[in-house]
Write a protein that binds this ligand. Structure first.
Ligand code: KG4
Ligand code: ZN
Length: 332
């Protein structure tokens, strides 16, 4: 079974064709980063308009790269939430129109659940339960996946998402947008022990908090305006990674997980990737740290999840809408 997936929840217009839920035949991502950079963040109206312009060419490219015509796909899927309402509507409308035209089922899928599933694209035989950390610009979730479609939400952020903290600290450090990759790059030349930033909520359950850490960076820069940027970036990054990895490892321990898994844009962070591998090795568990293109927003994860959803629940009705605040489905 081949699924054409479309992702337009934020500032990437993406389309992919995935066979049998794990074989990626094509995955095309058109980033709008350049359009939003001068505003220092994603502007929803600009994102929606860009998706309208990009969605058809991106879908066409995904089909060409997969060597497939629309008639060769068995289902058309789109992310229907969470995300920006106008942006989601573009992908969902395109997917419904294509599904209707080709007389194929339409499948709407949850963006967070898709980030969870990205690791199954690389490791289709992953054994349950697994502990997954989804860290992106909008979300920070720690989840134990007990079986396909059975999620135990262990913790989430009580304020800023991890990626949001990276983006805000990058702005404080004058590193521009998007901030995560810039902090990662600059931190490579810094000393992670240079500044003793707090480790918020470490040892305190599975929830996260990053807004106090961002404020600690702000105060440090006010006290020491000529602080070494690389040292501050590395120390901030180390504080975030310490908390993320400790909680992921603790959740894996509590659930008896076979593997520690990461997903979402912040999982592209080089220090986080390294530390997750080390933590898994120390605990005698597997680590699944997917390639960066599967961590950041993409449509392969949408198509892969849609395959499972279609088999388990059947198609989504064409009159279903989008849900900007969609949550992760709970374990039944
Ligand atoms: O998953 P994603 O592509 O989009 C959302 O669903 O939000 O995540 C984007 C977030 C941004 O906050 C970006 O700064 C962060 O992921 N990010 C990183 C890195 N690459 C992207 N954060 C830290 N280190 C990175 N290398
Ligand atoms: Zn995302």
């Amino acid at each position: 079974m081949r699924v054409l997936g479309i992702e337009t929840s934020c500032d990437e217009t993406a389309a992919a064709v995935v066979e049998d839920g794990h074989k990626v035949l094509s995955s095309v991502v058109a980033s709008q980063v350049d359009l939003h950079a001068r505003f220092g963040g994603v502007v929803p109206e600009i994102a929606s308009r860009a998706h309208v312009e990009l969605v058809n060419p991106v879908v066409a490219e995904a089909l060409v790269e997969a060597g497939a015509a629309l008639d060769d796909v068995d289902a058309v899927a789109a992310c229907h939430g969470p995300g920006l309402a106008g942006a989601l509507l573009v992908g969902v409308s395109a997917a419904k129109a294509l599904a209707f035209t080709a007389d194929r089922p339409y499948v709407g899928v949850n963006h967070l659940e898709a980030h969870l599933y990205a690791s199954w694209l690389e490791e289709p035989d992953l054994r349950f339960p697994v502990a997954v950390l989804v860290v992106s610009g909008g979300h920070t979730l720690l989840v134990v996946v007990e079986d396909h479609g059975r999620y135990r939400l262990m913790g989430e952020t009580v304020d800023d998402a991890a990626g949001e903290a990276f983006d805000k600290v990058a702005r404080l450090l004058g590193l521009g947008y998007p901030g995560g990759p810039a902090v990662d790059r600059v931190a490579a030349a810094g000393d992670p022990a240079a500044v003793a930033f707090p480790r918020p909520m470490l040892g305190d359950g599975f929830d996260f908090s990053f807004s106090g850490l961002k404020t600690a960076v702000l105060y440090h820069l006010r006290r020491e305006p000529s602080a070494n940027v690389a040292d501050v970036a590395a120390s901030f990054q180390e504080a975030v990674v310490d908390v993320l990895v400790a909680k992921l490892a603790a959740a894996a321990e509590e659930a008896g997980a076979t593997a520690l898994v990461v997903g979402g844009g912040v999982a592209a962070n080089s220090r986080l990737r390294q530390r997750v591998l080390e933590a898994a090795e120390a605990a005698g568990r597997r680590a699944v740290v997917p390639q960066v293109s599967l961590c950041t927003d993409n449509a392969a994860m949408i198509a892969a999840l849609a395959h499972r959803r279609l088999l388990a629940d059947g198609p989504t009705p064409l009159d279903a809408g989008v849900d900007p605040n969609l949550r992760l489905p709970r374990a039944p």
